[in-house]
Each structure stands twice: as structure tokens, then as C-alpha cells.
Design a protein around this ligand. Structure first.
Ligand code: AMP
Length: 285
């Protein structure tokens, strides 16, 4: 771990100047888009980038286009100084913190929409979310032009949307999916975990436990519908208020899967009080 202060750039011009210099030197460049409020999940992406690239650039932008009108854009946790210091300590080389006008200047009129997978699950419960994500990720990839970009499996459907958009738009970047980092009790790390009250925090790991129980039941030959129902019961009995979705899904279509096809994924979103948690695990170990 190095302790050097990280360089911060705030404009696409400065970002490109810095990245062009690295490219001219023959460096391989990794990009890590984030919304800040960084934790070990984000830092695992820094480690993944440092393992395969010469230079790691993180971005910090709380993207207004991926928040719905009743979501937490205004209250989303922001702590630029702490994030910058932590990234420097983890050996990231550059932090791009554009302001809103740098990403969406007056007259901005373009949207990137990934049809099909972008319309399922999160796309149903958070209308416009994936268009917001795809638009900003496309922009960040075109602004930074990295060789590699790193995304967490925590947002599994988002990772698949990003893969699709880079293929469809011929953006020359290798997309890396990185394993979910969890707390010791199994709760997937998330910036939004900060919203949980102490009693809610104690309940939260039940979501992953229900997914594991679901997987175990499938391995034992229980039908998908029955196993899903039992997992939902576990979540609700623990004190979750509502489940948006919890089942087995085909990893290419994000349609509900009737049986254990290769790559099938158990995905869930559920509400604990006013906090919405998502999690997922592979259906096969
Ligand atoms: P966010 O700041 O929430 O937009 O997340 C930025 C990136 O970090 C996304 O690619 C996320 O999937 C990834 N990420 C967030 N939480 C985790 C986690 N617990 N484990 C691994 N990656 C994560």
C-alpha cells in the first residue's frame, strides 16, 4: 500500500491530458467508475485493476440520471476528501471528479438504452436506472478511453448491461467483473448500508442467507418455484418489509429460469425499512 496523495482532475480535458501521457509511455490503463462513499468493495476493484494494468484511474460522480424522482440523490453519502485519501492509500493513480456540467452540459440530449436485459428486474423497479447508468458509463469510457474497466458483481445486472453496451457500441475496453466483497456476517458491502438502523443492520445478512438456502434447495432437487417461495418467506420472516424480486434468473436474458441452467444466478432486491438492498449469488457453487 502506498501513501501518496492521489492526483485529482475535474475536467475531461485534464483527464485526457493525463491519460494520453500514460498511453504515450506505453502504460495499460484501468478505469473504475464509482459514486463515492467508498468501501472495501470499491477497493477490491482498485486491487483488481492494479493487478492487470499499469495505471488505475477511479471516477467519482453521483450520477443524477440513475436516480428516480423518489430516490436518494440528494442524500446519497458524499465524502470526497476521505475517498481521495483512501484511493491514494490503495495505490490508485488518478481520481476524476467531474461536476454535473462536465458530464451533462447545457443541451445534453443523448441517452444510451440497453433494451432487453435493461428492461428486467432493476429496470422494472427503477425505471430509467439502466439508461442513466449506461449513458454515464459510455461517457466515462469514451472520456478516459481505458484498456480495462472494473465493475462489481454486487450489481450483477449492471455488469451485464455494461458488457452489452460496450459490445454494441464497439467501445474498445475489456470489462472485468469482480466478486462481491461482504462483511464478516455475509452482508454485501454497499454505500447504502449506512442508512440501516442498528436493528435493521442485524437483520440485513438474512438476505444472503436466504439466497444460500435457495441455492442449497436447488442443489437438493427442490423445484425452482418452491425454493424461491421458501427463500422469500425467510426474508419476510426476518423483518424485511417487501421483496421486489427474488428468484433464479437466466444470466443472458434476466428472465426467470425454470431450472438450473449453466450460469443461472439467484438475484434479489428487498426493502429493509426504507432501505433497498440488492444481492446475488451463482446458483451453482
Ligand atoms: P457504486 O459506487 O455503488 O456505483 O459502485 C461502484 C462499483 O463498485 C460498481 O461496479 C459496484 O458493483 C462495485 N461495488 C459496490 N459494492 C461492491 C461490493 N460489495 N463488492 C464488489 N464490488 C462492489
Amino acid at each position: 500500500m502506498s501513501n501518496s496523495a492521489i492526483e485529482i482532475v475535474r475536467t475531461v480535458a485534464d483527464l485526457r491530458t493525463r491519460i494520453s501521457a500514460w498511453r504515450a509511455a506505453g502504460d495499460r490503463i484501468g478505469l473504475i467508475p464509482t459514486m463515492g462513499s467508498l468501501h472495501e468493495g470499491h477497493f477490491s476493484l482498485v486491487a483488481a485493476s492494479r493487478a492487470v494494468t499499469d495505471r488505475t484511474c477511479a471516477t467519482l460522480f453521483v450520477n443524477p440520471k440513475q436516480f428516480g424522482p423518489n430516490e436518494d440523490f440528494e442524500t446519497y453519502p458524499r465524502d470526497e476528501k476521505t475517498d481521495a485519501a483512501a484511493l491514494g492509500a490503495r495505490g490508485a493513480d488518478l481520481l476524476y471528479i467531474p461536476d454535473r456540467d462536465e458530464i451533462y452540459p447545457d443541451g445534453f440530449a443523448t441517452a444510451v438504452t440497453v433494451a432487453g436485459i435493461g428492461d428486467k428486474l432493476e429496470g422494472v423497479f427503477r425505471p430509467g436506472f439502466f439508461t442513466g447508468v449506461a449513458t454515464v458509463v459510455a461517457k466515462l469510457l469514451l472520456q478516459a478511453a481505458p484498456d480495462d474497466a472494473f465493475f462489481g458483481e454486487k450489481d450483477f445486472q449492471q455488469l451485464c448491461v455494461v458488457r452489452r453496451l460496450t459490445q454494441d457500441l464497439n467501445i474498445p475496453v475489456e470489462i472485468h467483473g469482480c466478486a462481491i466483497v461482504r462483511e464478516a456476517d455475509g452482508l454485501a458491502l454497499s454505500s447504502r448500508n449506512a442508512y440501516l438502523s442498528a436493528p435493521e443492520r442485524a437483520i440485513a445478512p438474512t438476505l444472503q442467507q436466504a439466497l444460500i438456502s435457495f441455492r442449497d434447495k436447488l442443489q437438493d432437487g427442490v423445484a425452482v418455484g418452491d425454493a424461491a417461495e421458501q427463500a422469500r418467506e425467510i426474508v419476510l420472516a426476518a423483518g424485511f418489509a417487501k421483496i421486489d424480486y427474488l428468484s433464479l434468473y437466466d444470466p443472458t436474458t434476466f428472465e426467470e429460469a425454470g431450472d438450473l441452467t449453466p450460469g443461472a444466478r439467484i438475484l434479489a432486491a428487498a426493502w429493509l425499512g426504507t432501505t433497498r438492498l440488492i444481492d446475488n449469488i451463482p446458483a451453482q457453487i
